[in-house]
Design a protein around this ligand. Structure first.
Ligand SMILES: Nc1ncnc2c1ncn2[C@@H]1O[C@H](COP(=O)(O)OP(=O)(O)O)[C@@H](O)[C@H]1O
Ligand SMILES: [Mg+2]
Length: 367
């Protein structure tokens, strides 16, 4: 194993009773010092992954490694991990100081050392001067910071954050996104952050794992995932997309809306049914003749930076367009796009299957 890897899941399955597994044969690696986000809809298994890492629950099968050691049955208090819970789980009638000091007291650290550590942690989250306040006297954003101070004071190698911003209003949430990201950079600790909010994930992460129904659909940097979604679920979940059904005619040629288009995709079967994604900002408004697609404008909204148009082609497919040009509702317009703007997805394919397919294709090419 690569020495920068701090956590590794190998074919981890978690199943309660005889139900469908909550996590289904999940494998991934977490590298030291990066900001990771687990992103997916409610119930997809995000919290379960955190609980497995923290030691609050055990895997039904598979292996979990921390710094190269198998930790499947290692008790939670022996792990170099701290969790910031969704509701913060602070003690409401203890002071800020006592909340942060709590873990150190349990470790029976000397009072003088506790004082230094708590001060340091409060400095990190900008709460010096609030030591004697009770939690009930703190705002939502301040409570959030106390919860983080309480996690970092133990100097864990990894901090797990389970939807810590979801209770905050939009403005505060955006501020805290910056703060958390900054804090992670300054501390250099590995953060594993859970959210169901795709914009939050894109804004904050070095690496995102997109999860659905207990499986990692795709992992990668925010731009990787946004630009090259691997399947309909990811394309749909991350950002706005136009998704239509099509057929891969052969390498570099795809058919949809009854026409053939040059593209950059390869390695699928001839005439294989596929799904096509084109992002709204990759569609350009042109005259009817110059367009690769001909559509009618159904509605138009001004979004500040761009116009958002909803258009329909003859086959009844909707095409969302983000453009600085405007059109009029009812206009017949052309839509132009580059071959690179077309993303071809095999039906329901996950990342693992994609990688296997790419490998097989490369092997075939080399023969
Ligand atoms: N103790 C449990 N017993 C049975 N099912 C559970 C238990 N904990 C979680 N689940 C189920 O596992 C699935 C994933 O839960 P969870 O990891 O909390 O999802 P997320 O955090 O992504 O919303 C859900 O369907 C949930 O109902
Ligand atoms: Mg959860």
């Amino acid at each position: 194993m690569n020495s920068s890897v701090i956590i590794q899941f190998e074919n981890v399955t978690k199943q309660y009773d005889q139900d469908r597994p909550v996590l289904d044969n999940v494998s991934f690696e977490i590298e030291r010092g990066k900001f990771y986000t687990l992103l997916g809809p409610s119930g997809c298994g995000k919290t379960t992954i955190l609980r497995l890492i923290a030691g609050f629950t055990e895997a039904s099968s598979g292996d979990i490694y921390f710094n190269g050691k198998r930790i499947n049955t290692l008790p939670a208090n022996k792990r170099q991990v701290n969790t910031v819970f969704q509701d913060y789980a602070l003690f409401p009638h203890l002071s800020v100081y006592e909340n942060v000091a709590f873990g150190l007291r349990i470790k029976k650290m000397k009072e003088a050392d506790i004082k230094v550590k708590v001060k340091e942690a409060l400095q990190f989250v900008n709460l010096v001067g609030y030591e004697n306040r009770e939690i009930t006297e703190m705002s939502g954003g301040q409570r959030q910071r106390v919860a983080i101070a309480r996690a970092i004071v133990n100097e864990p190698e990894v901090i797990l954050l389970d939807e810590p911003l979801s209770a905050l209003d939009l403005k505060l949430r955006t501020e805290m996104q910056y703060e958390l990201r900054e804090l992670q950079r300054r501390l250099g600790i590995t953060f594993i952050f859970v959210t169901h909010d795709q914009e939050e994930a894109l804004a904050m992460s070095d690496e995102i794992f997109v999860i659905n129904e207990g499986k990692i659909q795709q992992s990668g940097s925010p731009t990787d995932i946004y630009d090259e979604p691997i399947n309909r679920f990811v394309a749909d979940f991350i950002g706005e997309s136009n998704i239509v059904k099509g057929t891969m005619v052969r390498d570099y040629l795809v058919e949809f809306t009854g026409k053939q288009f040059e593209c950059v995709d390869q390695g699928l079967n001839p005439n294989e049914p596929v799904e096509i994604v084109i992002r709204p900002e990759d569609l350009e408004i042109t005259s009817l003749e110059k367009g690769k697609l001909q559509v009618q404008v159904d509605s138009q909204l001004f979004r500040g930076v761009h116009y958002e148009l909803s258009c329909y082609d003859n086959a009844g497919n909707e095409w969302l367009v983000h453009s600085t040009k405007k059109a009029a509702v009812g206009d017949q317009i052309g839509l132009y796009f580059e071959p690179e703007a077309i993303h071809v997805m095999r039906l329901g394919e996950t990342e693992e299957e994609f990688d296997r397919r790419l490998e097989a294709y490369k092997d075939g090419e080399g023969e």
